[in-house]
Ligand binder design. Structure first.
Ligand SMILES: NC(=O)c1ccc[n+]([C@@H]2O[C@H](COP(=O)([O-])OP(=O)(O)OC[C@H]3O[C@@H](n4cnc5c(N)ncnc54)[C@H](O)[C@@H]3O)[C@@H](O)[C@H]2O)c1
Ligand SMILES: [Zn+2]
Length: 354
């Protein structure tokens, strides 16, 4: 069993890496059980794959579990269910699923009776390395992605890498998009490790994934400890995301979050090159790694640049209408760049088309 502690001024918690069936998880859940009703929040696919887990704690509530339904209506449905089951302020939600289930359950626990406890049990690679840690929760609005939300830290994150064994190959790539983001933006050593281990990553070497998931959580932990509410350094975790969120929106979520982040990394890399912020060799190294991991790296012709730009302007990363984009400056380093002229962004995106 391995553990990481996220130390925060209030609401510190552990990320525990172990088997879901183990005693450690049992003990952790009972340690946070304050005697109120527990609701396990999940989705149909996981209920079918892991019925014992889904029904293990309290009542089971199933979300639709898609980006289209990452919505206020679904949150209301969950909150009404919690009222119906007589949940109170001592109740706890357990998020059993990927990033969508985790973000939504976290948001519902942030607002139910002005805030109750919740535990994250991430089941996708993306959720294990990123979304289950750090306390960002939320839903989409029709005007844009993740535009309603709250910072609400979980009581614990219980990560069992074995859930990856049933994950479709495309969802592994999805998580790899965020992993490459950490490496390019924040950690050169992780980048070197990924370069050396493409074969293992492509063949779902579970021991290797254990290590990489731990590394990514350690990076996220370090950043969140420094800047819980994204006033500064946490923004660097959004490398690839301003372009990425636009891609998700313009493709009507046909492109998954991690795939969109991959494409976003290439756009950010090309933009950084245009602005003279990093070297061509670094961009090539990133592109090579992404190619070896079969990650998408270009914008589709059918997406109109104007639509992408207008989606970018609606993203949370704008400040007074000006675009603020995270750009790499070397492998393992990045900065937040403000006031980038829209024309340069347009040219960059046109250059990134397939
Ligand atoms: N809060 C954050 O800090 C943060 C960070 C990154 C991403 N996100 C959000 O996370 C979401 C994406 O999360 P995701 O990539 O996990 O997507 P997801 O939750 O949609 O899961 C992807 C797919 O995998 C299936 N699945 C889940 N676990 C499985 C398993 N063990 N075996 C087989 N299938 C399984 C799901 O049914 C779904 O079809 C986005 O909405 C994104 O905005 C949030
Ligand atoms: Zn992300």
């Amino acid at each position: 069993m391995k553990k990481l502690r996220v130390e925060l001024p209030e609401n510190s918690y552990d990320i525990i890496f172990a088997d879901w069936d183990s005693e450690i998880f049992e003990k952790t859940v009972s340690a946070f059980d304050r005697g109120g009703r527990i609701i396990t929040v999940s989705e149909r696919k996981l209920q079918k794959l892991y019925p014992l887990t889904a029904y293990r704690y309290g009542e089971l509530f199933l979300l639709q579990g898609t980006e289209e339904h990452k919505s206020m209506e679904e949150i209301e449905r969950l909150l009404d269910f919690a009222v119906e089951k007589q949940c109170d302020r001592k109740s706890m939600f357990i998020a059993f699923g990927g990033g969508i289930v985790g973000d939504m359950t976290g948001f519902a626990s942030a607002v139910f009776m002005r805030g109750i406890d919740f535990i994250q049990v991430p089941t996708t690679l993306l959720a294990m390395v990123d979304s289950s840690v750090g306390g960002k929760t939320g839903v989409n609005l029709s005007s844009g992605k993740n535009l309603a939300g709250a910072f609400h830290q979980p009581k614990a994150v219980l990560a069992d890498v074995n859930f990856l064994l049933t994950l479709p190959e495309r969802e592994i790539r999805n998580g790899l998009g965020e992993i490459v983001k950490y490496a390019v933006g924040l950690d050169r050593e992780l980048f070197d490790k990924l370069e050396k281990n493409c074969t293992g990553l492509n063949s779902l070497d579970i021991e290797l994934y254990k290590e990489i998931i731990y590394d990514c959580c350690a990076i996220k932990c370090r950043i969140v400890q420094q800047d819980e509410k994204e006033q500064g350094v946490r923004a660097l975790l959004n490398l690839g995301h301003t372009f990425g969120h636009a891609v998700e929106a313009v493709s009507n979520f046909e492109i998954t979050h991690g795939e969109a982040v991959s494409i976003g990394l290439v756009c950010a890399g090309e933009l950084a090159l245009k602005l003279g912020m990093w070297q061509r060799e670094d961009l090539q190294r990133m592109r090579d790694l992404m190619g070896r991991l079969n990650l998408p790296s270009s914008l589709k012709k059918e997406w109109k640049t104007d639509d992408l730009i207008s989606a970018m302007m609606h993203d949370k990363k704008t400040e007074s209408g000006k675009l603020k984009i995270v750009l790499p400056t070397a492998i393992g380093q990045s900065v937040v760049q403000k006031n980038i002229p829209v024309e340069i962004i347009r040219q960059t995106m046109e250059g990134c088309c397939e």
